[in-house]
Design a binder for this molecule. Structure first.
Ligand SMILES: Cc1cc2nc3c(=O)[nH]c(=O)nc-3n(C[C@H](O)[C@H](O)[C@H](O)COP(=O)(O)OP(=O)(O)OC[C@H]3O[C@@H](n4cnc5c(N)ncnc54)[C@H](O)[C@@H]3O)c2cc1C
Length: 454
């Protein structure tokens, strides 16, 4: 039943509208606000903000709930789920696209590919553009094009005063800077404009080997990463996947090691040369049990990582590691390899353009670590969740010698995990912008931990 009769689509717990507006991709992290609304227009977003302000509620925003485990309590808030219409608009000549909040990356890829353009999207087509872009965004094109958040050209949002603003480098440089990686708490984003890049051909795919080959595969990949060209972005995962309808038996009948990623064509050395340099030594260790690597068009990239298309019950953890040497690799294999109850433990190669500060970017405009580590475990029942958490804690303590203490907010697994994407001076500068834009703290609950001096 709606506890907010007369307020249009704004709904309280117990109503179908509330259930729709609070739906999260991570089913292990249900959202429990005081009230919720699915906003499909800017007018509805403004009405929601005014409604909350008039009733002493705070405002929270989400799109897909992929990051629901990081939300934190919202029992004093109205949760706005953004599903704004209009679709992806591509300006092929300007190489830009306007994405209404609610757009998933799959729709962006579908719209840009016919123009021979790509966005700096992540591995999953179901992730929302707003959370991904505001929280950094590490793409399989990242080592070539940099952090996805740097590709933002303008952000449209409704702020605490109810105004609908279009913020860019000219109109409000400080807010534009703080929005890009500053940790939220500025308003409800209604659309984003991004830069696109000309790419018509890629080599992409995933190769899986049985875990008995993991030590050799990981060692060879690790050596390759030391001199890998920027055109290639790759990920190495130790995986332990249960059988599921549609999942190949070859990768769900025991632990496997997976190497996937994308190589952009058009540079020197050629994509084919990079591909041979990367994959030939790995294939000579053993035949993969499944191998989807091929030369294709960019619309194939979002299916490469095989992220789950449907909501899941999951937990995760994340660190940025540096100076990760042979000993680090051996330790990683020891705690995250066969015997681990986790679904996946990943090392994603950073470096290249991801490590280059972008003077035109936001507060989080580069990452200087060598690898992004993250793990994903099942939270299907309490004992499985406990086992996943225990193993994640073991990996965290084992990787401590290489832990930079820094994080990328998009990969942080839960609200209470250590975060470190901003330093103290950055936090204070972002807080000053927040105090100007939201003096009464209407959006305070939406701030990512480590992004405020609260
Ligand atoms: C399967 C999977 C694959 C992923 N792959 C990658 C990857 O390859 N690279 C990468 O960098 N990250 C990746 N991520 C992480 C992902 O980028 C983050 O979880 C991101 O926050 C998801 O954005 P969302 O809008 O879909 O999520 P939501 O959970 O809906 O939102 C997350 C946060 O974004 C903010 N937000 C969302 N919408 C709005 C809005 N309209 N206005 C204001 N604030 C808003 C809010 O602060 C919210 O708490 C992946 C996550 C998953 C689950």
């Amino acid at each position: 039943m709606s506890t907010f009769e007369g307020d249009g689509p704004i709904a309280g717990p117990g109503s179908p509208e509330f259930d729709t507006a609070t739906r999260t991709f991570n089913l292990a992290a249900p959202a429990a606000p005081a009230a919720a609304v699915t906003a499909t227009t800017v007018a509805e977003v403004r009405a929601a903000v005014e409604h909350a302000a008039a009733r002493g509620l705070r405002v929270r925003a989400h799109t897909t709930g992929h990051a629901a485990a990081t939300f934190g309590p919202m029992d004093d808030a109205l949760l706005v789920r953004t599903e704004l219409g209009g679709g992806v608009e591509v300006d092929a000549e300007a190489k830009t696209a306007r994405l209404p909040a609610g757009t998933r990356w799959g729709a962006v890829v579908e719209a840009t590919t016919p123009h021979g353009l790509v966005s700096a999207h992540g591995t999953s087509p179901t992730v929302g553009v707003v959370g991904y872009l505001l929280r950094g965004g590490v793409s399989f094109y990242g080592r070539l094009f940099g952090m996805a958040t740097n590709t933002i050209r303008a952000i449209e949002l409704v702020t605490a005063d109810g105004a609908h603003r279009r913020v860019d480098a000219e109109s409000d440089p400080d807010l534009f800077w703080a929005l890009r990686g500053g940790g939220g708490g500025f308003g409800v984003v209604t659309a984003v404009e991004i830069a696109l890049f000309p790419v018509t051909s890629v080599i992409t795919g995933a190769a899986f080997w049985r875990a008995e080959h993991a030590a050799e595969i990981v060692a060879r990949w690790h050596a390759w990463t030391a001199t890998a060209p920027e055109a290639a972005s790759t990920s190495l995962r130790l995986m332990n996947l249960p059988p599921l309808p549609g999942r190949p038996e070859a990768i769900s009948s025991g632990p496997v090691v997976c190497l996937d990623g994308a190589i952009v064509d058009g540079g020197s050395p050629s994509a084919r040369e990079v591909y041979a340099d990367l994959l030939d030594p790995l294939r000579s260790v053993a035949d993969p049990v499944l191998d989807t690597w091929r030369e294709t068009t960019p619309d194939a990239v979002p299916s490469t990582h095989m992220d789950p298309p449907n909501p899941v019950l999951s937990m995760g953890d994340h660190l940025l590691v540096d100076g990760f040497d042979a000993q680090g690799v051996a330790e990683f294999l020891r705690v995250a390899g066969p015997g681990s109850p986790l679904l996946a433990a990943e090392l994603r190669q950073l470096g290249g353009a991801l490590a280059v500060p972008d003077p035109a970017g936001g507060v989080l405009n580069h990452v200087s670590a060598q690898f992004m580590y993250q793990c994903v475990g099942s939270a299907i029942d309490p004992p499985t969740l406990a086992a996943s958490r225990e193993r994640a804690a073991m990996i965290r303590s084992t990787l401590a010698p290489w832990d930079t203490g820094r994080t990328i907010p998009g990969f942080v697994g839960s609200h209470d995990q250590p975060q470190g994407h901003l330093d103290t001076a950055q936090i204070e500068a972002v807080d000053r912008v927040r105090a100007r834009i939201d003096p009464d703290g209407l959006f305070r609950g939406d701030i990512t931990p480590n992004a405020t001096k609260l």
